[in-house]
Design a protein around this ligand. Structure first.
Ligand code: NAD
Length: 244
């Protein structure tokens, strides 16, 4: 069976980042029409991606999410897939975490996904489309170094949102799934000292960190016609780091 993504209209958030950019490329390579959205600065950095339309939006407001959805509909004539990948991580132990940092984590990692779902659902109901949220292994077991309760709580929220929406939207034939990556080989991790990266890789049963391409492959599968019977699924891409 084909993936069935040719000419489908896809919005990817956080698409200027290490993982989102690769996800946007993976959909474009399957023949989808992709609106890659991120903050102004990140959109500029990704502006040279061929075959992908870039759109700047701040997802801290519902207006930003609605603008991204409206742009995709105007440009491509509808909407089939939303990938919520925008996120931040500001590691700190609880007593050092400021109220502002806690609120930022919830606002961008969890509420921005909710805003995109809210803005996109009327369009996704028309096309029997689907949503893929990017959660994290941290949302299931906490971070490796136990120093980021705000991030962990926000990603656990993304998993809850995915489960709740999957059930709510099933009658409309809108599927809602998530991918929960382990630590991913992004530019941020590549910048760590070699010794630290080796220690990290040694914690992973498969012995290597997942790549952004590994994450993108799972996202594309869940969004595709091959996953037509899958909803409410949280797919681990973590090399065996955490099993449930
Ligand atoms: N990198 C990892 O190891 C890892 C592991 C598990 C999960 N994840 C998750 O994967 C996703 C992508 O991570 P990444 O490593 O590519 O991070 P990244 O920082 O490279 O990309 C995140 C993007 O989100 C964008 N963003 C932040 N705030 C925004 C806002 N208000 N509106 C719109 N866009 C905003 C940023 O500009 C950035 O380009 C995140 O949700 C992250 O939590 C990452």
């Amino acid at each position: 069976m084909q993936l069935g993504l040719e000419k489908k209209s896809v919005v990817v958030t956080g698409a200027g980042g290490g993982i989102g950019r690769v996800i946007a490329r993976a959909f474009a390579d399957e023949g989808a029409r992709v609106l890659a959205t991120d903050l102004d600065s990140a959109v500029e950095a990704a502006a040279s991606d061929p075959g992908i339309v870039h759109f700047a939006a701040d997802l801290c407001t519902l207006d930003g999410a609605e603008a991204a959805v409206a742009q995709a509909v105007a440009q491509f004539g509808g909407l089939h897939v939303v990938v919520n990948c925008a996120g931040i991580s500001e590691p700190a132990r609880l007593e050092e975490t400021t109220e502002a940092s806690w609120q930022r984590a919830l606002n961008i990692n969890l509420s921005a996904s909710w805003r995109m779902c809210r803005a996109a659902l009327p369009e996704l109901k028309k096309t029997r489309g689907n949503i893929v949220n990017i959660a994290s292994f941290a949302g299931k077991r906490g971070t490796l170094f136990g120093d980021n309760a705000a991030y962990t709580a926000s990603k656990a929220g993304v998993i809850g949102l995915t489960h709740a929406l999957a059930l709510e939207c099933a009658q409309d034939r809108v599927r809602v799934n998530a991918v929960a990556p382990g630590p991913v080989e992004t530019p941020m991790l590549q910048a760590l000292p070699a010794e630290k990266r080796e220690r990290l890789a040694a914690m992973i049963p498969l012995g290597v960190l997942p790549s952004p391409q590994d994450v993108a492959a799972a996202v594309v599968f869940l969004a595709s016609a091959r996953a037509a019977a899958i909803t409410g699924e949280i797919t681990d891409v973590n090399g065996g780091l955490y099993l449930d």
